[in-house]
Design a protein around this ligand. Structure first.
Ligand SMILES: C[S@@+](CC[C@H](N)C(=O)[O-])C[C@H]1O[C@@H](n2cnc3c(N)ncnc32)[C@H](O)[C@@H]1O
Length: 237
């Protein structure tokens, strides 16, 4: 993929443009499975009393809200660099009555506005593939986590299953872009999605990148025939 396709200014504008239809499109394009993928990732967070979690690239706060539901005594910070996505996220947090527990702010994944060793875990769902220097993003997620804390990453993977590979390619290069453009009403907005999904590193390669940033015991779980994977790493003590 052309590197300029991941230019941060372009990516944040693209997400602000599609923000109003983002949640609906997720449900439709994933055939309703996206909620299960996020719940699986949230389940990998450590069970700690009064935990502090960071949801990176929180977008419309889907993961932050899932955490608030599953961990009733946890505090969540959500960051994203698209004001359009965050606006919708803040509204959902307010409607759910979680303003006191979920704090949302504008920030880039590669430069997180938090001290070292602040959170019990950091999590990112469907955000890391958009980050130009994704290793820097992983390193930042590790930096702000306490020793022994977790870094959890949910992302699409380059699918390996040989029976599923071709129909999947057809679905994301043809069907997904067509529906994406129809529902969002934005021509071109969904063109970037297939290449960012298909060209993302394999789960093993991604695991190595996490290890290179200093995370240990990195494990991954493939979900739904390997359409997505959840990687979990631990910050050394
Ligand atoms: C596909 S959405 C995922 C949103 C949410 N995590 C979810 O599960 O629905 C990707 C989000 O990543 C954000 N994003 C991409 N690159 C980023 C970066 N470098 N810094 C902060 N946010 C970023 C986008 O603005 C967008 O809201």
């Amino acid at each position: 993929m052309d590197k300029s396709a991941k230019d941060p200014a372009k990516i944040s504008t693209m997400f602000s443009t599609i923000a109003p239809r983002y949640d609906l499109l997720n449900r439709v394009l994933s055939l309703g499975i996206d909620g299960y993928w996020r719940r699986f990732a949230v389940n990998q967070l450590p069970k700690v009393e009064n935990a502090k979690f960071l949801d990176v690239a929180t977008g419309t706060c889907e993961v932050a809200l899932e955490i608030a539901k599953k961990y009733p005594d946890a505090k969540v910070s959500g960051v994203d660099f698209s004001e359009g996505m965050l606006e919708l996220g803040r509204e959902k947090v307010r409607k759910a009555g979680h303003q006191g527990r979920i704090d949302v702010r504008l920030a880039d994944v590669t430069s997180l506005p938090f001290e070292d060793n602040t959170f019990d875990a950091s999590i990112i769902a469907f955000g890391i593939r958009n980050v130009q220097d994704y290793k820097k993003g992983i390193a930042e997620m590790g930096r702000v986590v306490k020793s022994g804390g977790k870094v959890v990453i949910l992302e699409f993977t380059s699918i390996q299953n040989r029976f599923f590979k071709l129909p999947y390619r057809f679905y994301i290069t043809k069907v997904l872009t067509f529906i994406g453009e129809m529902v969002s009403g934005r021509k071109g907005a969904y063109k970037y999605l297939p290449s960012s999904m298909l060209e993302f590193p394999s789960p093993d390669e991604f695991k190595r990148s996490m290890e290179e940033t200093g995370l240990q015991d990195v494990k991954y779980y493939k979900l739904t025939f390997g359409v997505t994977a959840v990687h979990v790493g631990t910050k050394p003590k």
